[in-house]
Ligand binder design. Structure first.
Ligand code: ZN
Length: 523
């Protein structure tokens, strides 16, 4: 095994009682010493390899507790139209992207929002043909319910003027009965099947390099079984450089139980995670499940995506098989029902049960979360992205929203993540949001509901040790202390010694996973 000494650094170990260290030694994947350079070199022995970190600040490897890496991997190779302000801008982005693709390759991506275009026209295939005539193109809208296709794509899935609308879908037609290229709901499914046909192993290999470059060393992946299979292939090939805790989709729970899968099984690179359940939907679409409802949409209380009895049944099945549960809950009623279900089914000792997002919660339920030991898996950037929406839709309700401070004070374990690709996976954006409650541009001044801000150490802990705790890995990850994995990040901005706004602009210099430099900024 190679013994390496990482020296000439200011190392924040994550352990609040230790002062910053100068050096750290790893024997293979594990830390064997951390402290002054003299102490560490003595422990490492004369044959150790020295790695000079140029005086950089070092923090424990960042751990994203909620990320969709397969979706992220697929989207990174696709055109992104979220920020287009007009049809012309969208078409220009499409033309530029098409020019980079191999001949005949499909053009995917989109997330266009014609409601925010200067002139909110519905786009059609003729516009798409004008910039992308010779390859099929299929571009879902931002809410995912509509696909904008070009003429070639329609031909390839056999859609023409004679095709009837499928059940649960619509082929939008012009005044002559010809398809315009807009396919709604189930009419878009044949195209969607083609849209995920890329090789996920290749896409994940490329995506992990992006994530390492952002300082991430571990992830809880929330995507599907195809993603699990692709990671296992990378692992078998010795190409996995990012540690993965892999969730099980609800629809695959029974098969996983039959297989004997259990949360925590695996090795330090790949472990089985919790089953992912859904309690409700989302705020923007008024489908999160609320006790009181939404301003301007009286009588609507959102949607219980999984009926309560079914939720209890799923929790029992998982818990009985040694599988932890992570349930998506945004609204206060959704969060309460998850706690009810966890309590009714009984939480087996040793398994970490979680609520994903836990965005708008009643204070008495925060006390319950703490008592039950339920982890709050939260995404700080959701707060700063959605705060205007929260102010508009949930004003006047007695809610604790993105209540990191209240949660921590009550004793609820916090685990931070990004929910990428919904948000960008950069963990420093999350740390900035957590300590300021402002957007990257500093608005609103002083922060939104600033009493819920965290300190730098607390936010960093939630994005390292807290995420490790949610996976039952706190003995292996999250702190830079002997016996733990040598997963660390050298950064250009010391988060404890800089002003808070600078944290958002932090650049990673090197990412070390298991004692090896897996990514390094080129100089
Ligand atoms: Zn998610």
């Amino acid at each position: 095994m190679t013994i390496r000494v990482f020296r000439n650094a200011r190392i924040h170990t994550g352990d609040p009682v230790r002062p910053p260290a100068e050096a750290l030694a790893a024997d293979g994947e594990e830390i064997i010493a951390v402290g002054t350079e003299a102490e560490v070199r003595a422990a490492a022995g004369v044959g150790a390899e020295l790695v000079d970190l140029d005086g950089a600040a070092v923090i424990p490897g960042l751990y994203d507790a909620h990320i969709h890496t397969a979706n992220y991997a697929r989207e990174r190779s696709q055109v992104d139209l979220r920020h287009a302000r007009s049809l012309d801008e969208a078409l220009a982005a499409i033309a530029a992207h098409a020019a980079r693709l191999a001949p005949g390759a499909w053009l995917f991506g989109g997330r266009w929002n014609s409601n925010q275009w200067e002139r909110p026209v519905q786009p059609d295939r003729h516009a798409l043909d004008s910039v992308c005539p010779d390859r099929p193109a299929a571009l879902p809208s931002v809410d995912g319910h509509t696909v904008w296709a070009n003429s070639l794509a329609l031909r390839m899935v056999g859609v023409d003027r004679t095709t009837p609308d499928p059940v649960g879908g619509q082929i939008v037609r012009d005044e002559h009965g010809e398809p315009t290229g807009i396919l709604r709901e189930s009419a878009s499914y044949p195209l969607r099947d083609l849209m995920t046909a890329g090789d996920l192993v290749d896409e994940l290999r490329a995506a992990q390099a992006d994530l390492l470059a952002l300082g991430l060393t571990s992830v809880h992946d929330i995507d599907g079984e195809d993603c699990r299979a692709a990671y296992l292939r990378l692992h078998d090939a010795g190409e996995l450089k990012l540690r993965v805790h892999k969730a099980i989709p609800a629809e695959h729970l029974e098969a996983a139980v039959e297989e004997g899968r259990r949360t925590g099984e695996g090795d330090d690179w790949f472990r089985t995670g919790p089953v992912k359940l859904f309690s409700d939907g989302a705020l923007g679409s008024h489908t999160c499940h609320m006790i009181e409802g939404f301003a301007g949409d009286e009588g609507n209380h959102g949607i219980a995506v999984t009926p309560y009895d079914e939720l209890v049944k799923l929790v029992r099945t998982a818990a009985g098989a040694g599988i932890a549960v992570a349930t998506h809950a945004i609204g206060d009623r959704a969060n309460r029902l998850v706690l009810d279900a966890y309590e009714e089914a009984g939480l087996p000792p040793g398994l970490r049960f979680r609520i994903e997002h836990a965005q708008h919660v009643r204070r008495e339920d925060i006390t319950r979360m703490a008592r039950l030991g339920v982890v709050a898996s939260m995404q700080p950037v959701h707060c700063t992205s959605d705060m205007d929406l929260v102010s508009a839709l949930l004003a006047g309700q007695d809610l604790a929203s993105y209540a990191w401070r209240t949660m921590l004070n009550a004793g609820v374990p916090l685990a931070f993540g990004s929910d990428a690709p919904v948000e960008h996976p950069n963990p420093f954006a999350a740390l900035h949001a957590a300590v300021t409650r402002t957007r990257p541009d500093g608005t609103p001044p002083g922060g939104w509901q600033p009493e819920q801000r965290l300190g730098v150490g607390e936010a960093l802990r939630a994005h390292t040790l807290g995420a490790a705790y949610a996976a039952g890995e706190e003995g292996r990850k999250g702190l830079l202390t002997p016996g733990r994995l040598a997963d660390l990040v050298a950064v250009d901005t010391d988060p404890f010694a800089s002003d808070l706004d600078a944290i958002a602009r932090t650049k990673v210099l090197a990412t070390v996973v298991g004692g090896e430099i897996r990514w390094q900024r080129s100089t």
